[in-house]
Design a protein. Structure first.
Length: 176
């Protein structure tokens, strides 16, 4: 078997290509991704009290996440431009510091479309851009912020069916 045939984003000459999705049916597709920002307790408190000089951090991060999802094909070379039906960003604040003295904000991004290709990258981009925006807005008071736990939580629709991440690093896939 040709090694290049195993990778859908390479042509016969081994060069990068965008996969042809023209023969695929449009189906409803949904993807949810997560990212986590770790920050000082004082920084989280300033966010909660609206005391960050640049403005309402979570409101701006929410808009930035939506904008990031819409720009995904401009950032990820082989992503198809798709018409997004919706993008939703939510935040969960964890004020209890971890062993390193950091609180966290978990960002959950959900993207939806009816298209011949999925929205996993749009959800992942939305979560990541929201995290970067939190950093940008708070860096004057906490340059030590960090990100982790950026991953796909779930996806549905399309030929590969439903995927739901479990607590393990690999998750599980159904319907393949």
């Amino acid at each position: 078997m040709n090694k290049m045939a195993e990778f859908t984003h390479f042509n016969e000459a081994g060069r990068a290509r965008m996969v042809d999705i023209s023969a695929k049916d449009s189906t409803e597709r949904l993807a949810t991704a997560q990212a986590r920002v770790f920050l000082l307790p004082e920084t989280l408190e300033k966010i909660q009290r609206g005391k960050i000089a640049k403005g309402d951090v979570l409101a701006v991060a929410q808009v930035a996440g939506v904008m990031g999802a819409k720009k995904t094909p401009d950032l990820i070379p082989m992503c198809h431009p798709i018409l997004l039906a919706s993008v939703d960003i939510s935040f969960k604040e964890e004020p209890q510091p971890n062993s390193e003295g950091r609180c966290s904000i978990t960002i959950t991004a959900t993207a939806k479309t009816t298209a011949p290709t999925g929205v996993e990258m749009e959800a992942m981009t939305a979560a990541t851009v929201a995290a970067l925006t939190i950093y940008d807005m708070c860096k004057a008071v906490d340059r030590g912020m960090s990100f982790s736990d950026v991953f796909l939580l779930s996806k549905s629709g399309g030929k590969s069916g439903t995927y739901s991440r479990k607590d393990s690093a690999e998750g599980t896939a159904e319907g393949r």
